[in-house]
Ligand binder design. Structure first.
Ligand code: NAI
Ligand code: MG
Length: 479
């Protein structure tokens, strides 16, 4: 595949520390690949512990001044940043389409549009932080936690960054960002905007690098008061251990295996169509993806048929072709991981409805065909583990209690959905799900609603006022 829109390789040679671009102390580099073409499209420096040290020192030095600003002054900085970043929306979508493979049309809406919406929400929230309270003879005030280490994943590479940096800055914290090594390029666009917006030096700093070196150095750094992480549960566990040595605050947004419950009285065609779309968004590389479709047994065969047809209709290919709905997976490694799960699912007794390992995919690029597995045992591997690819497991249930039991039969609890013609029934079931978010009958995404997980899906909440509160300490002053 050779897209006409493919840009010249992007070489970024520096980190952004203390308000300027600085050279790395080491010489290692990370190659960035376009997963649709398998070509190297850029290189960024691989930061060392010494680079992280410099960035943390800059963030520490900037903290007192930034924390002392009036909320409206911080809001004005974020507003300028939002304006500068908005001017780059096209470039952001294009960059993420190249480094991650999200189809350009979808990248414009989700990879560029969503972070701009979230940043805008924090322009408003920064100006009106939580009110001080009086509790008896105490004055209860909130103060920024301090220096935040932000470690982010590759699946929504700018959104995941903004969902940490914007509320942290709004709260009065300063930040060192270590973006994902598979998709580091879009972060440079954010820091170009930071420069143009004239944010005070050191308020937000960038060190690119690998997880085990730069990421671990940041998580373990004594100058970092809080680590905010999004990614796999396994890495979340390691980061928690590193932070535990100095009792640093940790917030974690981790994996998911969310259930989409479809009752017999639901608009079946609508529920299945939206459900498949949700499961396959970003080629299934979405932590909130509804990867388990639970259907009432009386409509089960019909739903499996609809899901198979919907999935089979997804057009795979060049992210720059406007007809493409599914791009490649992020890397060769991710493709192998996903293929392994499909194989395992079939070996454990699931029935292949569409897709699978033999379905045709483009020769070049890390593609997996959209795959629907039916009759999936709720205890089997593909019903329990996060696959992070375009693979949907369909499971029948007998009644409301059974649906809730299957949905809650997971170590995860990040998202979910319920569909029923009876809204009260759907909301009642939503309340019984041990998960951080539930969409009822296609309820719209709300960027101000708290976002985060129960169980092994994480600790803490992002977005909206709850997301800002994560970055605040509470102090009681007795008079
Ligand atoms: P990962 O969790 O290892 O990577 C996420 C971030 O953590 C990256 O910035 C990485 O450099 C950093 N990191 C890795 N090891 C670290 C360490 N020891 N200390 C500090 N930072 C570290 O995710 P990976 O390996 O890219 O993907 C593997 C699986 O994780 C995926 O197949 C998917 O199931 C899951 N995942 C879930 C995400 C989510 O949003 N919930 C996002 C990305 C991956
Ligand atoms: Mg890449």
């Amino acid at each position: 595949m050779n897209s006409a829109a493919e840009p010249a390789p992007t070489y970024r040679t520096g980190f952004h520390i203390g308000g300027r671009w600085v050279s790395p102390l080491g010489t290692d580099e990370i190659s960035v690949e376009n997963p649709a073409t398998e070509q190297v499209i850029g290189r960024v420096p691989a930061g060392t512990a010494a680079d992280v040290d410099r960035a943390v020192a800059a963030a520490r030095a900037a903290f007192p001044g930034w924390a002392a600003l009036a909320p409206t002054e911080r809001a004005a900085h974020l507003e300028r940043l939002h304006r500068r970043l908005t001017a780059r929306a096209g470039e952001i979508a294009h960059t993420v389409a190249c480094e991650l493979g999200t189809p350009l049309k979808i990248a414009a809406r989700v990879q560029a549009g969503l972070p701009l919406t979230v940043l805008d929400s924090y322009v408003t929230l920064a100006a009106s932080p939580p009110e001080e309270e009086t509790v008896g003879n105490s004055l209860v005030v909130r103060e920024p936690v301090g220096v935040v280490g932000a470690i982010t994943p590759w699946n929504y590479p700018l959104h995941q960054v903004v969902a940490k940096v914007a509320p942290a800055l709004a709260a009065g914290c300063t930040v060192v960002l270590k973006p994902a090594e598979l998709t580091p390029l879009v972060a440079y666009l954010l820091f170009d905007a930071v420069d143009e917006a004239g944010l005070p030096p050191g308020v937000v700093n960038l060190v690119t690098g690998t997880g085990p070196v730069a990421g671990a150095a940041l998580a373990a750094h004594p100058g970092v008061d809080m680590v905010s992480f999004t990614g796999s549960t396994a890495t979340g566990t390691q980061i928690s251990r590193l932070a535990a040595d100095r009792i640093a605050r940790v917030s974690l947004e981790l994996g998911g295996k969310s259930a989409n419950i479809i009752f017999e009285d639901a608009d079946l065609a609508g529920a299945v169509k939206v459900g498949v779309g949700n499961a396959f968004l970003n080629s299934g590389q979405t932590c909130t993806a509804w990867t388990r479709m639970l259907v009432h047994r009386s409509r089960y065969d019909e739903a499996v048929d609809l899901a198979g047809k919907a999935a089979g209709g997804y057009r795979l290919g060049d992210p720059f072709d406007p007809a493409t709905r599914l791009g490649p997976l992020v890397s060769a490694g991710q493709r192998e991981r996903v293929r392994g799960y499909v194989e395992r699912g079939l070996a454990e007794g699931a029935r292949l409805v569409t897709g699978g390992l033999d379905a045709p995919v483009p020769d070049t690029g890390y593609f997996v065909a959209p795959t629907v597995l039916a009759d999936v045992d709720p205890d089997s591997t593909v019903a329990q583990e996060e696959i992070f690819g375009p693979v949907l497991a369909v499971i029948p249930f007998d009644d409301d209690d059974h649906a809730v039991a299957i949905a809650n039969n997971s170590k995860y609890g990040l998202a979910g959905a319920v569909w029923s013609g009876d809204q009260d029934r759907a909301v009642a079931v939503a309340r019984r799900l041990r998960t951080g978010a539930v969409d009822v009958n296609g309820g719209a995404f709300n960027p101000l609603a708290p976002f985060g997980g129960y169980k092994q899906s994480g600790v803490g909440r992002e977005l909206g006022a709850h997301g800002l509160a994560e970055f605040l300490e509470v102090k009681s002053i007795q008079r």
